[in-house]
Design a binder for this molecule. Structure first.
Ligand code: FE
Length: 211
């Protein structure tokens, strides 16, 4: 939220729309949601799009430019704003602080991370995502070395380009990050986020071995 105006970031699939709507409604009026941002095109990111259009009358939707002809298939009769490949800032509540950092091919071919320089939070989408066992209910990554078992297979399979991955790492190393919040799994605090970047830099990706 910024000056009472809200942004929905990767609001999710249509199957979770009711609980997400009910939770968000406790914090903000739907008419005050100015922006819906889709980091990429996956159904778990934005198949709920048409339902959000139904309740948020003043909302502008921003999507990666190369997905602007695909995402409307989730149901959209309104204009989608295209994010250029180089990224941009998002205008929210009269401010334009929020930065969209290019994260192409990590894993989607048109993909962005969102950085909030005030909160110093990097919303990293599928980068850093973990497939946690059901009995792991921790919000934060407590022990990165132990956490690797939950992220390694996912990153090897879903990150197709070593070059693109390392370009993203170079970009985000310039940011002051207090927390890195991926779309799935657990949140990385500062020290764990740094360990993740070091680990990710060394990781061999884009290999078809063992498939
Ligand atoms: Fe995805």
């Amino acid at each position: 939220m910024e000056n009472g105006k809200g942004l929905l970031l990767d609001p999710g699939g249509m199957e979770i729309f009711p609980p997400v709507l009910s939770t968000i409604s406790r914090e903000i009026k739907m008419d005050d949601i100015e922006i819906l941002f889709c980091s990429h095109q996956d159904p778990d990111i934005c198949s709920s799009l048409s339902l959000w259009f139904g309740v948020c009358k003043n909302m502008k939707v921003y999507v990666p430019s190369i997905w602007s002809l695909f995402i409307p298939h989730f149901g959209s009769d309104r204009t989608l704003y295209q994010i250029p490949d180089a990224g941009m800032t998002l205008p929210l509540g009269g401010s334009d602080e929020l930065q969209l950092i290019p994260a192409h091919y990590c894993h989607s071919s048109g993909n962005f991370s969102l950085y909030d320089p005030t909160a110093k939070i990097l919303f990293s989408g599928d980068i850093g995502a973990a497939l946690l066992p059901k009995d792991n209910s921790g919000i934060f990554v407590e022990d990165f070395d132990r956490h690797v078992q939950y992220i390694e297979g996912f990153h090897k399979r879903w990150m197709p380009s070593k070059t693109a991955k390392n370009q993203w790492i170079e970009r985000v190393r310039k940011l002051d990050i207090n927390m890195m919040c991926p779309q799935h799994g657990a949140i990385y605090k500062k020290a764990e986020a740094e360990k993740f970047l070091d680990w990710f830099e060394e990781l061999e990706v884009g290999s078809a071995e063992n498939i």
